[in-house]
Design a protein around this ligand. Structure first.
Ligand SMILES: Nc1ncnc2c1ncn2[C@@H]1O[C@H](COP(=O)(O)OP(=O)(O)OP(=O)(O)O)[C@@H](O)[C@H]1O
Ligand SMILES: [Mg+2]
Length: 224
């Protein structure tokens, strides 16, 4: 009897934000460990092999567990770097091929793949956003970091226009919806909670709610 090979596609969770140091790699690490503890098979894909924050931390964690003979659930991990090709078209094609090969490779042993983007507008980051099922964008809990999502009127907190990053996420969403009839679930995470003064924090929350409706994301609380 013929067997039917069902295509098993893993769920892709992308950590993205063009702003450096907003907490992408830290949140990626926590998401990976939480998913592993819930019993999922998890793959980790570091899109910044040069900095290697996620892959390096995971390697250190695995080495520590081995030294101490602790049985820690661990993800399969890959890291990819930017192409060194001269022509832009060639570099972008090579990066797309690297990314898809790494995802296909991890997919064989993962239910969920967590992709950690570099903190800049790079082709690899854009490719990852276009493939996301869930996009998590950590932002610092402050108005300074709002510029990353939108330009906001200072007096009445009206949204003047979305940022380049929000426009990029929108474009990725539209393409995905047209191609696969699937939405990207965009989650903005308020990171580093608790340092700002209370009223300011309330305003950040209020403005984020307005932005969430306007731009189309949901918010979650991050780490204090
Ligand atoms: N909630 C938090 N509270 C305190 N420190 C934090 C928090 N989140 C992240 N950090 C620290 O901030 C620094 C930057 O975090 P992280 O490396 O995760 O950011 P990133 O967005 O991945 O940066 P990059 O854009 O360079 O990849 C790290 O030193 C990290 O430990
Ligand atoms: Mg990082």
């Amino acid at each position: 009897m013929a067997t039917v090979a069902l295509e098993r596609r893993p769920h892709l969770i992308v950590l993205g934000n063009e702003k450096g140091g907003s907490g992408k790699s830290t949140v990626a690490m926590h998401v990976i460990v939480a998913l592993l503890r819930d019993g999922w098979r998890v793959g980790a894909l570091d899109l910044d092999a040069r900095q290697a924050t996620l892959s390096g931390t995971l390697a250190a964690r695995a080495a520590f567990a081995e030294r101490r003979a602790i049985a820690l659930p661990s993800p399969a991990c890959r890291a990819i770097s930017r192409s060194a090709a001269d022509s832009r078209a060639e570099a972008e094609a090579e990066e797309a091929q690297r990314l898809d090969a790494a995802v296909a490779d991890l997919a064989r042993e993962s239910d969920i793949i967590v992709l950690d983007c570099p903190g800049a507008d790079t082709n690899l980051a854009r490719l990852a956003h276009a493939r996301a099922n869930t996009l998590i964008t950590p932002i610092n809990d402050s108005f300074v970091d709002f510029a990353m999502l939108a330009k906001v009127e200072a007096e009445n907190l009206d949204v003047i226009h979305p940022s380049i990053y929000s426009e990029m996420v929108w474009a990725a969403r539209k393409r995905r919806l047209a191609r696969e009839r699937r939405q990207i679930d965009w989650i903005v995470m308020r990171n580093r909670l608790g340092n700002a003064e209370a009223r300011n924090r309330r305003d950040v929350g209020t403005t984020l709610d307005v932005l969430a409706r306007r731009i189309g994301f949901r918010t979650v609380r991050g780490f204090g």
